[in-house]
Write a protein that binds this ligand. Structure first.
Ligand code: GDP
Ligand code: MG
Length: 214
Protein backbone atom coordinates (compact mmCIF):
# COMPACT_ATOMS: atom_id res chain seq x y z
CA UNK A 1 0.00 0.00 0.00
CA UNK A 2 1.19 3.53 -0.80
CA UNK A 3 1.84 5.36 2.45
CA UNK A 4 4.14 7.81 4.21
CA UNK A 5 5.70 7.97 7.64
CA UNK A 6 6.23 11.53 8.84
CA UNK A 7 7.55 13.04 12.09
CA UNK A 8 6.48 16.57 13.10
CA UNK A 9 8.87 18.21 15.56
CA UNK A 10 9.65 21.59 17.10
CA UNK A 11 9.22 23.52 20.34
CA UNK A 12 5.99 23.50 22.35
CA UNK A 13 3.20 25.74 21.11
CA UNK A 14 4.48 26.19 17.56
CA UNK A 15 1.52 24.25 16.16
CA UNK A 16 2.73 20.66 15.71
CA UNK A 17 -0.59 19.13 16.75
CA UNK A 18 -2.41 21.73 14.65
CA UNK A 19 -0.36 20.60 11.63
CA UNK A 20 -1.53 17.03 12.25
CA UNK A 21 -5.12 18.29 12.35
CA UNK A 22 -4.65 20.40 9.20
CA UNK A 23 -3.36 17.34 7.33
CA UNK A 24 -6.11 15.11 8.74
CA UNK A 25 -8.79 17.67 7.85
CA UNK A 26 -10.40 17.41 11.27
CA UNK A 27 -9.51 17.71 14.95
CA UNK A 28 -7.56 14.55 15.61
CA UNK A 29 -4.64 15.58 17.81
CA UNK A 30 -5.17 17.50 21.03
CA UNK A 31 -3.79 21.03 20.96
CA UNK A 32 -2.96 23.58 23.65
CA UNK A 33 -6.62 24.61 23.47
CA UNK A 34 -7.79 21.29 24.90
CA UNK A 35 -8.12 21.43 28.68
CA UNK A 36 -7.05 17.81 29.02
CA UNK A 37 -3.99 18.30 26.85
CA UNK A 38 -1.21 16.88 28.97
CA UNK A 39 0.69 14.83 26.43
CA UNK A 40 3.90 13.54 27.89
CA UNK A 41 4.93 11.44 24.94
CA UNK A 42 4.79 11.43 21.19
CA UNK A 43 1.60 10.27 19.54
CA UNK A 44 1.18 8.35 16.31
CA UNK A 45 -1.85 9.13 14.14
CA UNK A 46 -3.00 7.35 11.01
CA UNK A 47 -4.45 9.71 8.43
CA UNK A 48 -5.70 9.18 4.89
CA UNK A 49 -5.16 12.01 2.41
CA UNK A 50 -7.86 12.91 -0.13
CA UNK A 51 -5.66 11.17 -2.72
CA UNK A 52 -6.05 7.91 -0.80
CA UNK A 53 -2.44 7.89 0.40
CA UNK A 54 -2.14 6.79 4.02
CA UNK A 55 0.08 8.77 6.40
CA UNK A 56 1.55 7.63 9.70
CA UNK A 57 1.98 10.96 11.44
CA UNK A 58 4.10 11.32 14.56
CA UNK A 59 3.08 14.31 16.68
CA UNK A 60 6.10 14.63 18.92
CA UNK A 61 6.48 16.14 22.33
CA UNK A 62 7.72 19.74 22.18
CA UNK A 63 11.50 19.68 22.42
CA UNK A 64 11.44 22.10 25.35
CA UNK A 65 8.62 20.22 27.08
CA UNK A 66 10.42 16.91 26.70
CA UNK A 67 13.15 18.46 28.82
CA UNK A 68 10.64 19.26 31.56
CA UNK A 69 8.83 15.94 31.89
CA UNK A 70 10.25 12.53 32.52
CA UNK A 71 13.84 13.33 31.77
CA UNK A 72 15.51 16.43 33.13
CA UNK A 73 18.66 16.19 31.04
CA UNK A 74 19.02 19.19 28.75
CA UNK A 75 18.83 17.26 25.53
CA UNK A 76 16.03 14.83 26.44
CA UNK A 77 13.83 16.22 23.66
CA UNK A 78 16.49 15.71 21.05
CA UNK A 79 17.21 12.20 22.34
CA UNK A 80 13.56 11.32 22.11
CA UNK A 81 13.44 12.68 18.59
CA UNK A 82 16.60 10.82 17.71
CA UNK A 83 15.05 7.52 18.73
CA UNK A 84 12.09 8.29 16.51
CA UNK A 85 14.29 9.25 13.58
CA UNK A 86 16.36 6.12 13.90
CA UNK A 87 13.49 3.77 14.63
CA UNK A 88 10.15 5.42 13.83
CA UNK A 89 8.11 2.42 14.89
CA UNK A 90 8.44 -1.25 14.25
CA UNK A 91 6.61 -2.40 11.17
CA UNK A 92 5.99 1.02 9.63
CA UNK A 93 9.17 1.14 7.63
CA UNK A 94 11.55 4.03 7.17
CA UNK A 95 10.75 7.67 7.64
CA UNK A 96 9.73 9.57 4.51
CA UNK A 97 9.83 13.11 5.87
CA UNK A 98 10.75 15.18 8.91
CA UNK A 99 8.68 18.32 9.39
CA UNK A 100 10.38 21.04 11.46
CA UNK A 101 7.69 23.42 12.64
CA UNK A 102 8.59 26.98 13.66
CA UNK A 103 6.62 30.20 14.26
CA UNK A 104 7.29 33.02 11.84
CA UNK A 105 7.62 35.53 14.65
CA UNK A 106 9.64 33.38 17.00
CA UNK A 107 12.98 32.49 15.45
CA UNK A 108 15.64 31.84 18.05
CA UNK A 109 19.21 30.61 18.01
CA UNK A 110 18.09 27.29 19.45
CA UNK A 111 16.36 26.73 16.12
CA UNK A 112 19.76 26.43 14.47
CA UNK A 113 20.96 23.96 17.11
CA UNK A 114 17.83 21.87 16.78
CA UNK A 115 18.12 21.82 13.02
CA UNK A 116 21.78 20.80 13.14
CA UNK A 117 21.09 18.04 15.67
CA UNK A 118 18.27 16.55 13.63
CA UNK A 119 20.08 17.02 10.33
CA UNK A 120 23.10 15.10 11.61
CA UNK A 121 20.87 12.15 12.48
CA UNK A 122 18.41 12.27 9.61
CA UNK A 123 20.63 10.64 7.02
CA UNK A 124 18.78 10.64 3.70
CA UNK A 125 15.42 11.56 5.23
CA UNK A 126 14.33 14.95 3.85
CA UNK A 127 13.65 17.79 6.30
CA UNK A 128 10.91 20.29 5.51
CA UNK A 129 10.58 23.61 7.32
CA UNK A 130 7.01 24.63 8.10
CA UNK A 131 6.72 28.27 9.07
CA UNK A 132 3.48 28.55 10.98
CA UNK A 133 1.31 31.34 12.38
CA UNK A 134 1.37 33.49 9.23
CA UNK A 135 -2.37 34.23 9.06
CA UNK A 136 -1.73 38.00 9.18
CA UNK A 137 0.42 37.91 6.06
CA UNK A 138 -1.44 38.85 2.89
CA UNK A 139 1.03 36.68 1.05
CA UNK A 140 2.34 34.07 3.48
CA UNK A 141 5.18 33.21 1.13
CA UNK A 142 6.67 36.67 1.58
CA UNK A 143 7.95 35.46 4.92
CA UNK A 144 10.28 33.18 3.01
CA UNK A 145 11.40 35.96 0.70
CA UNK A 146 12.31 38.11 3.72
CA UNK A 147 14.01 35.40 5.78
CA UNK A 148 15.47 32.88 3.35
CA UNK A 149 18.90 34.51 3.26
CA UNK A 150 19.18 34.75 7.05
CA UNK A 151 18.25 31.09 7.42
CA UNK A 152 20.77 30.04 4.80
CA UNK A 153 23.48 32.14 6.44
CA UNK A 154 22.80 30.24 9.66
CA UNK A 155 23.19 26.93 7.85
CA UNK A 156 19.51 26.05 7.68
CA UNK A 157 19.12 24.51 4.25
CA UNK A 158 15.97 22.45 4.31
CA UNK A 159 14.82 20.22 1.48
CA UNK A 160 11.45 22.00 1.33
CA UNK A 161 9.54 24.76 3.04
CA UNK A 162 5.95 25.92 3.32
CA UNK A 163 4.59 29.13 4.87
CA UNK A 164 1.24 28.46 6.53
CA UNK A 165 -1.33 29.08 9.20
CA UNK A 166 -2.89 26.17 11.05
CA UNK A 167 -5.68 28.09 12.73
CA UNK A 168 -8.82 25.91 12.68
CA UNK A 169 -11.07 28.53 11.12
CA UNK A 170 -11.57 32.29 10.87
CA UNK A 171 -14.49 34.66 10.28
CA UNK A 172 -12.49 36.81 7.84
CA UNK A 173 -12.77 35.14 4.41
CA UNK A 174 -9.25 36.27 3.49
CA UNK A 175 -7.79 34.53 6.53
CA UNK A 176 -9.99 31.50 5.91
CA UNK A 177 -8.57 31.33 2.38
CA UNK A 178 -5.06 31.24 3.88
CA UNK A 179 -6.14 28.43 6.20
CA UNK A 180 -7.54 26.48 3.27
CA UNK A 181 -4.44 26.88 1.12
CA UNK A 182 -2.26 25.95 4.11
CA UNK A 183 -4.06 22.62 4.40
CA UNK A 184 -3.49 21.95 0.71
CA UNK A 185 0.19 22.88 1.02
CA UNK A 186 0.69 20.61 4.01
CA UNK A 187 -1.06 17.66 2.35
CA UNK A 188 0.97 18.24 -0.80
CA UNK A 189 4.16 18.39 1.24
CA UNK A 190 3.43 15.01 2.84
CA UNK A 191 2.15 13.40 -0.35
CA UNK A 192 5.28 14.41 -2.27
CA UNK A 193 7.67 13.63 0.61
CA UNK A 194 8.89 17.22 0.37
CA UNK A 195 9.52 17.09 -3.36
CA UNK A 196 6.75 19.36 -4.62
CA UNK A 197 6.24 21.71 -1.72
CA UNK A 198 6.40 24.85 -3.81
CA UNK A 199 3.77 23.90 -6.36
CA UNK A 200 0.85 25.67 -4.71
CA UNK A 201 1.28 29.28 -3.77
CA UNK A 202 -1.00 31.93 -2.39
CA UNK A 203 -1.44 35.23 -4.22
CA UNK A 204 0.43 38.37 -3.23
CA UNK A 205 -1.83 41.35 -2.55
CA UNK A 206 -0.32 43.77 -0.07
CA UNK A 207 3.03 44.58 1.46
CA UNK A 208 3.75 42.48 4.50
CA UNK A 209 4.71 43.29 8.08
CA UNK A 210 8.05 43.19 9.80
CA UNK A 211 9.62 40.11 11.30
CA UNK A 212 12.85 40.07 13.18
CA UNK A 213 15.47 37.43 13.74
CA UNK A 214 16.46 37.40 17.39
N1 GDP B 1 -2.13 32.53 15.73
C1 GDP B 1 -2.03 31.23 15.43
N2 GDP B 1 -2.22 30.29 16.38
C2 GDP B 1 -2.12 28.99 16.02
C3 GDP B 1 -1.85 28.60 14.69
N3 GDP B 1 -1.83 27.24 14.67
C4 GDP B 1 -2.09 26.83 15.92
N4 GDP B 1 -2.28 27.87 16.74
C5 GDP B 1 -2.54 27.86 18.17
O1 GDP B 1 -1.30 27.73 18.85
C6 GDP B 1 -1.48 26.97 20.04
C7 GDP B 1 -0.51 25.80 20.05
O2 GDP B 1 -0.85 24.90 19.02
P1 GDP B 1 -0.53 23.35 19.16
O3 GDP B 1 -0.89 22.71 17.87
O4 GDP B 1 -1.13 22.78 20.40
O5 GDP B 1 1.08 23.41 19.32
P2 GDP B 1 2.09 22.23 19.70
O6 GDP B 1 2.41 22.40 21.15
O7 GDP B 1 3.31 22.50 18.87
O8 GDP B 1 1.45 20.93 19.39
C8 GDP B 1 -2.93 26.55 20.07
O9 GDP B 1 -3.64 27.44 20.91
C9 GDP B 1 -3.37 26.68 18.62
O10 GDP B 1 -4.75 26.96 18.51
C10 GDP B 1 -1.66 29.62 13.70
O11 GDP B 1 -1.42 29.38 12.51
N5 GDP B 1 -1.76 30.91 14.12
MG1 MG C 1 1.00 19.31 20.63
Amino acid sequence: MDNRTVVVFGESGVGKSSIVNAIAGFRLAKTFNDAENDAIQSQLYDVTLASGVGVHLWDTLGLDRARMVGDSSPDAGEKHLESLVQNPTSGLGDLDLLIFCIRGNRISRSLVNTYNNVKSRAGQVPIALVINGLEKEDDMDRWWTRNERALHERGILCDAHVCVTTLESHSDPKVQARIDISRKLLCELVQSRGQAASSIRSVSVFVVGIHRLV
